[in-house]
Design a protein around this ligand. Structure first.
Ligand code: NAD
Length: 531
């Protein structure tokens, strides 16, 4: 079974991966249609950029109300298109994005208020500097399929609050959720062209990047991220990349093992392991490895797997057949390499793309499933002996999205967290901070560039511009023409006295500065006399 089959050219069929049933059809936008949409977006931007924060807030809050009025339908649609349980769609997508919408609706104005900046001794000459934040223009949002509602909707909200227009190219695996986001904004009162949904596959996404939006917010694989960067370079379009992960979890011997085991099982198997911040490598101290692995296995065996519409199902279908094959390949490699499947390990014998939650012991960093992103329900466990070794193993990866450290010793937790190469490191928590819209989200190494969420994420969606003002512009500057022996002497004093930042030292060069300014002034008036 294939989750998406293109029946006719120019058409995408959306399929429920847990049943194989068709959910609907959407058009695939052509290059010409993408360019026309970008032109409409530019027109909408011209009006939207001039709106007040109150007007932007009103739109976002109205869109929020539309979602609140349709919680069940929306969660049901997310579940149907991705395979995840309805409960998980509510917990991990709908609730967090509603929180994010409220937060940025309330706080964007304050975050983007013009900001006065200190300019040290230059202020003695009556100068001031401030930063103002301009919107960018049409922002292209190209998300993956794993959180098809919360990721593009959160980014769209932030872009709109910053005064931008938005074009979303949803994943071809979850186009109906994308269309729903457009409908939500439309019903919330968005002007024509302000939020557009351009359904299609990779070629539509490529056409959108090539068309030259003001910014590209991309979420997806490293391979596609590289292609987008290359295309964006043609027009020097700025890009934020939210890419893959291979996120480590470190469990020390003094951790609350029961809690850590629960965190590991949820962190590895929620969304069938298809979260960029899923626990994909677990390192446990050798002294507790046996007991901890048993706890994890026991909790995993208790998980009910099935259709996301059943209330007591915790693990749903994987979103695509291709993803399932990758999991099979990684599990087979673990077995070949001598690791042990403690539970799971196979595709489930039922309709739909289900893979058993799988716990693997005896894993090591050389194995394929410890190096490449699996993006499926596997939890490989390896052992470590010392704190230094745990850090080294965790950092031995080309990815660096999130990580977690589990210990009852808060000082040790912080110490280890600060040495791990990742965009976010949690201590005694796992995976969920994408749900806290106030905190920055993004990776280091191959996990990405730039940030979404938090004030850092909002700053990606604006252009800071510097306004520098001389309030008492009566005299020429000492560094203007003509240069002379006196000029050289003054500039040396700038280097030794002014640049020291010390008022006392600066005061010693004032007479020199005075003479030099007079020199520049005189030369100006000589020029005038010559005329
Ligand atoms: P993908 O790279 O195949 O596709 C992502 C999006 O890019 C889709 O909408 C796709 O249609 C589009 N696309 C494909 N080719 C394109 C091109 N040449 N130009 C422009 N757009 C193009 O990724 P995927 O399989 O949808 O997503 C899985 C990946 O996403 C995983 O690696 C996962 O870790 C990552 N992810 C990262 C985060 C994060 O926040 N860091 C969040 C979710 C998912």
């Amino acid at each position: 079974m294939s989750a998406v089959i293109s029946a006719l050219p120019g058409e995408i069929i959306s399929v429920d991966p847990s049943t194989g049933e068709e959910l609907g059809r959407v058009p695939s936008y052509t290059t010409d249609e993408v360019e026309a949409a970008l032109a409409r977006s530019r027109e909408a931007f011209a009006g939207w950029r001039a709106t007040s924060f109150a007007a932007r807030r009103a739109l976002v809050m109205a869109a929020r109300e539309v979602i609140l009025g349709e919680l069940d339908e929306i969660a049901g649609l997310i579940s149907a298109e991705t395979g995840k349980p309805v409960a998980e769609a509510l917990a991990m997508e709908v609730a967090p994005v509603l929180d994010l919408m409220r937060h940025f609706a309330d706080s964007a104005e304050k975050m983007l208020r013009p900001r006065r900046i200190g300019i040290g001794l230059y202020s003695l000459f009556g100068r001031t500097s401030k930063i103002i934040y301009h919107p960018l223009g049409p922002v292209a949002i190209i998300p993956a399929w794993n959180f098809p509602f919360s990721i593009p909707l959160g980014e769209a909200t932030m872009a709109l609050m910053a005064g931008n227009s938005v074009l979303i190219k949803p994943s071809e695996l979850t186009p109906m959720v994308g269309v729903k986001i457009g409908e939500i904004f439309q019903r919330g009162g968005a002007a024509a062209g302000l939020v557009q949904i351009l359904t299609g596959a990779g070629d539509t996404g490529a056409a959108l990047v090539k068309a030259g939006p003001a910014k590209v917010m991309f979420t997806g694989s490293v391979a596609t991220g590289k292609k987008i960067l290359a295309t964006a370079a043609e027009k020097m379009t700025p890009v934020v990349l939210e890419l893959g992960g291979k996120d480590p979890m470190i469990v020390f011997e003094d951790a609350d093992l029961e809690l850590a085991a629960g965190g590991a099982v949820w962190g590895a198997f929620c969304n069938s392991g298809q979260a960029c911040s899923s626990v994909e490598r677990l390192y446990v101290h050798e002294s507790v490895a046996g007991v901890f692995t048993r706890m994890v296995v026991e909790k995993t065996r208790r998980l009910k797997q099935g259709r996301g519409t059943d209330d007591d199902v915790s693990v749903g279908a994987m979103t695509s057949e291709a993803q399932l094959y990758k999991v099979e390949e990684h599990v087979a490699d673990f077995v070949r390499s001598g690791a042990v499947i403690e539970t799971g390990g196979r595709r489930v014998e039922m309709d739909g793309t289900f893979f058993e939650p799988t716990v693997i012991s005896g894993a090591s960093n050389e194995m394929l499933g410890m190096r490449e992103e699996t993006f499926g329900p596997t939890l490989p466990i390896a052992k470590f002996a010392t704190e230094a070794e745990a850090i080294e193993l965790a950092n031995d990866s080309k990815f660096g999205l999130t990580a977690s450290v589990w210990t009852r010793d808060a000082a040790k937790g912080r110490r280890v967290a600060e040495q791990i190469e990742a965009g976010t490191v949690c201590v005694n928590e796992v995976l969920y901070t994408h749900g806290i819209g106030q905190t920055p989200w993004g990776g280091v190494k191959n996990s990405g560039r730039g940030r979404t969420h938090g004030i850092d994420g909002l700053m990606e969606l604006v252009e800071p511009r510097h306004i520098h003002l001389n309030r008492i512009a009566l005299l020429p500057n000492a560094w203007w023409f003509p240069y002379s022996r006196l000029a050289k002497e003054t500039f040396k004093a700038f280097a030794t006295h002014f640049a020291s930042g010390s008022m006392v030292r600066f005061s010693r060069m004032v007479p020199l500065l005075h003479r030099r300014i007079n020199e520049v002034k005189r030369s100006g008036s000589e020029g005038k006399n010559a005329d």
